[in-house]
Design a protein around this ligand. Structure first.
Ligand code: NAD
Ligand code: ZN
Length: 365
């Protein structure tokens, strides 16, 4: 089956994102083509051990790369300096040199941690991302943001560090738990809602095929979404202008919902789905988005098994306070990413509090 190749170009460097199905055995060939010297240091999420870890090693060894492998147990609570140290110590004891390279295999947590390690180990070594979750494929592996959490702050320590290659085999997604995969679709649907009506229609019409993860329709859906992220980070690599801010659609409320529930109730994508419903409602109440389009957004989220309402009542005043503290809001004024149409976003900082309250209430049933 065909693969897609998408280029990410930053000011100083560029790299390819290769997307396909059942092509992990070609990873070594692609790295060879880049001409990377040295040994391969593979850091892999334990969930992917022993398969496909073994296939990755074989693919590299076939290309005469010596490999070393470290598997680590991963979840958000492990995204900290202790895990960074575990990796540093392993690199030290296995005598990694500046001419060697690191391959990160896993979800967003693995990619962010290992990317950070690669950016700092001997002041930077070559890095390859092999993302294994939807979030990692369409979001965290592209754009070079790396980092880890401090005791109370998410992603407070980090660096921008671009990989030499991002290699995405959709087959990896088949072992992801159902809930993780649904939550992942939220970010892809978000891309279509803010940037691409045609992609939205593709997600809508071919949802059964896309969710099956074994055909051209799924490759198309994921690679279009990668293309959007790649284009945005290529134009605006340091998060300075508005284009990248648009990716925050659904996140203002989403982050607040995650925070008020101590990151325990919702997966990120679930919170973003609810956040998109709030932003959609605000858009409707501000007279920007039609009711039909708001319903379309609700329908598509439900087709991908994402929540559009919750039964538990959460404190609306606390949610509003949390949105004001969001790092993307300026001096307490919330920059709301809203929709005028599907694929047509707009940023507004003049949403009346009464509309925010009504929209928040609309997700509680
Ligand atoms: N750098 C960025 O630009 C960026 C963007 C978005 C998100 N992020 C970060 O990404 C993280 C979330 O990413 P995530 O959802 O991928 O989390 P994750 O890495 O924790 O993966 C989710 C779960 O799935 C498991 N897993 C991973 N791949 C699997 C597979 N193929 N089969 C079975 N299980 C598998 C993991 O062990 C984990 O339990 C957050 O820390 C977030 O801050 C970073
Ligand atoms: Zn997100």
């Amino acid at each position: 089956m065909s693969t897609r190749n998408i280029k990410v170009s930053t000011k100083n460097e560029s790299y390819n994102v290769i997307i396909g199905l059942n092509m992990i055995s070609e990873l070594g060939d692609e790295i060879k083509k880049l001409g990377l010297p040295g040994k391969a240091f593979i850091v892999i999420d334990k969930a992917l051990f022993p398969d496909p870890a073994r296939e990755i090693q074989e693919s590299l060894e076939k290309n005469n790369y010596e490999t070393k492998l470290l598997n680590i147990e991963i979840d958000e609570s492990k995204k900290n300096i202790d895990t960074v140290n575990v990796i540093y110590e392993w690199l030290e004891s296995s005598k990694m040199e500046r001419s060697d390279f690191i391959i990160s295999v896993g979800g967003g947590v693995t990619g962010d941690l290992v990317g950070f390690v690669a950016s700092t180990w001997v002041r930077g070594v070559n890095l390859i991302h092999v993302p294994s979750t939807l979030i990692a494929m369409v979001d965290s592996s592209i754009g070079g943001k790396t980092g880890y959490n401090t005791k109370n702050g998410k992603n407070l320590v980090g660096a921008f560090y671009q990989p030499k290659l991002v290699f995405q085999d959709i087959n990896f997604l088949k072992t992801l738990p159902e809930r993780e995969i649904s939550a992942g679709w939220a970010e892809l649907l978000k891309h279509s809602l803010i940037y691409d009506k045609k992609l939205f229609d593709h997600f809508y019409q071919n949802h059964t095929d896309i969710k099956n993860l074994n055909n051209l329709n799924s490759i198309e859906a994921i690679s279009k979404s990668v293309e959007i992220k790649a284009k945005i980070v290529s134009e605006d690599i340091n998060e300075k202008d508005q284009k990248r801010i648009l990716l925050n659609y659904g996140h203002t409320t989403g982050h607040a919902l995650e925070s008020i529930t101590n990151y325990k109730k919702f997966l990120h994508g679930e919170a973003v789905s609810l956040g998109m419903m709030v932003a959609g409602n605000i858009s409707f109440l501000m007279g920007l988005l039609s009711y039909d389009n708001l319903q379309m957004q609700k329908n598509i989220l439900e087709k991908y098994f994402l929540p559009t309402s919750i039964s538990e009542e959460l404190n609306i005043n606390t949610i509003i306070d949390l949105t004001k503290n969001d790092k993307k809001s300026k001096s307490g004024k919330i920059n709301w990413i809203l929709l005028e149409d599907i694929g047509k976003p707009v940023i507004r900082n003049d949403v009346p509090e009464e509309i925010i309250i009504r929209s928040l209430k609309s997700i509680f049933v």
